[in-house]
Write a protein that binds this ligand. Structure first.
Ligand SMILES: [Zn+2]
Length: 481
């Protein structure tokens, strides 16, 4: 009952514009940050529970010193956030409910994209930023219609309705303009379809289109850009041509978003979660490294542009990652440092090799004992799934990594922030507080920046809610969760 009435209070506040409600939660903030940041960059590391940041610090450790050196996350930690969804979904959230909470300040059910428990649309901080005349962007390593980015942009009762979500990205309007100015990630499958070519529609509407990382670099500064670099999600960091792909996309998104009115950018390290679902410690560390490079870049950006706020958090933790397992007080990340490809790519390629065991040793980047080489010669005769499983089990054994689930867990996640207004994110928060505090900042931006009233014939909400999308067709169900 309590949570239900809280939801309604939040919702009615949101519908009324939220000014009074949000300012009451940020009164201490106003004392310390009288001016709102001009630019807000929200970074979501999907699935990055606290074990991931600790694991990454150990993974980056210089073993020649006694100390475990700090990493890019350590001097920006400001607090912790609870992640539980609306009461009907219990204590363990999915990415859709959590992203809706992080985007809109409203708790919803697992699967909800920008709608509340009554399937009614809720306004996100990205929508609010657009209403206030800021430019808006996304830079993610999943398809851009995946749960986290979609919850900032669109409204749909199910995260699985990818085609309908892609249509919302084009059809929805705020102040007679597109909701998002710069969209970088994967997803041609949902945008270039037999029944509707949404890429062509964006091009005809004046967007620049990039279908490769290199062509993105050639787009002149300040454009509206759609960049789709893969049919669904981008390749894993370990297999991508650009291992720093998230840092690269983030830098390019900012290049196009910078303007006098400020911008709101959502960055998502989407595949930390995918590595967690797959219980793949090598990919988990590689995705964390791309995130770390992104945060390094953002630190340099804020140094040059101190009127910018950067917030980093996770939507939940994935996989129940543990550093040490099975009663053994040991974790050995050194076995992950010289991987030449992901375990999936190695598993696929090894069947083509005359000496699979020797090939695996070369790809893993460390020498194997004779019996280990013989083991992988045998593994090469197994089916695809069994080979991947054998490689992951081998690395879990070498590193002594543990996992408790192929799904999510309900632990709190860390909150990191730096730049203008970062103090507003301090302490123990709920994921909804993060949205409310960012929305309070956007509310403080001069209203005169907004160019025109909201378009009356918005087609979005009613037409998309309740329609049947094509559903989740990943081979692995968890990619939809
Ligand atoms: Zn997930």
């Amino acid at each position: 009952m309590f949570r239900q009435s809280t939801l309604f209070a939040i919702l009615s506040a949101a519908l009324l514009g939220g000014c009074a409600q949000v300012s009451s939660t940020t009164s201490s903030t106003e004392a310390t940050s009288p001016t709102a940041p001009k630019n807000i960059i929200m970074v979501v590391a999907d699935g990055m529970g606290p074990a991931y940041t600790t694991a990454y610090r150990n993974y980056q450790d210089n073993p020649d010193t006694a100390m475990v050196e700090p990493v890019v996350f350590d001097d920006i930690l400001v607090g912790n956030a609870s992640t539980y969804p609306a009461q009907e979904s219990g204590y363990v959230t999915d990415s859709a409910a959590s992203a809706t909470a992080l985007a809109s300040g409203v708790k919803s059910y697992n699967g909800a994209i920008g709608v509340d428990s009554n399937r009614q649309p809720v306004k996100s901080v990205l929508h609010l930023a657009k209403e206030r005349g800021m430019r808006t962007g996304l830079a993610v390593t999943s398809q851009i219609v995946h749960a986290t980015p979609a919850s900032y942009v669109a409204h749909n009762e199910s995260r699985k309705n990818y085609d309908a979500l892609a249509e919302s990205f084009f059809d929805d309007r705020i102040n007679n303009g597109f909701v998002v100015d710069v969209m970088l990630g994967g997803g041609t499958k949902y945008f270039e379809r037999e029944d509707r070519d949404i890429v062509a529609e964006f091009i005809d509407a004046g967007f620049q289109y990039a279908d490769s990382y290199n062509s993105l670099a050639a787009v002149p500064r300040g454009e509206q850009v759609l960049g789709l670099f893969a049919p669904v999600g981008l390749p894993p960091a370990l297999d991508d041509k650009r291992k720093n792909r998230l840092a690269y996309l983030t830098e390019h998104a900012i290049k196009h978003l910078e303007n006098d009115n400020g911008f709101f950018l959502l960055v998502e390290a989407s595949q930390v979660d995918w590595a967690g679902h797959s219980n793949d410690i090598a990919s988990a560390m590689a995705e964390m490294h791309d995130l770390a490079l992104t945060m390094d870049y953002l630190k340099s950006y804020v140094k040059a542009n101190p009127d910018t706020l950067v917030v980093l958090t996770a939507d939940h933790s994935t996989g129940g990652l543990t550093i040490g397992a099975k009663g053994d007080y040991r974790w050995s990340p050194e076995f992950l440092k010289n991987m030449k490809a992901s375990v999936s790519a190695i598993a696929m390629a090894m069947t083509e090799e005359d000496a699979p065991g020797a090939f695996v040793a070369d790809q893993l980047g460390f020498s194997l004992a004779d019996d280990e080489v013989a083991h992988f010669d045998d593994v090469a005769t197994l089916d695809d799934a069994e080979r991947v499983k054998a490689l992951k089990a081998f690395l879990d054994g070498k590193t002594n990594t543990g996992w408790t689930t192929s799904g999510h867990t309900g632990v709190d996640v860390e909150v990191f922030a730096f730049g203008s207004g970062a103090d507003a994110l301090r302490g123990q928060l709920d994921n909804t507080d993060i949205a409310k505090r960012l929305m309070a900042f956007v509310e403080k931006r001069p209203a005169s920046l907004a160019t025109s009233p909201v378009d009356a014939d918005e087609k979005r909400d009613e037409s998309n809610i309740g329609t049947d999308g094509e559903g989740c067709d990943f081979k692995e169900d968890w990619r939809c969760m």
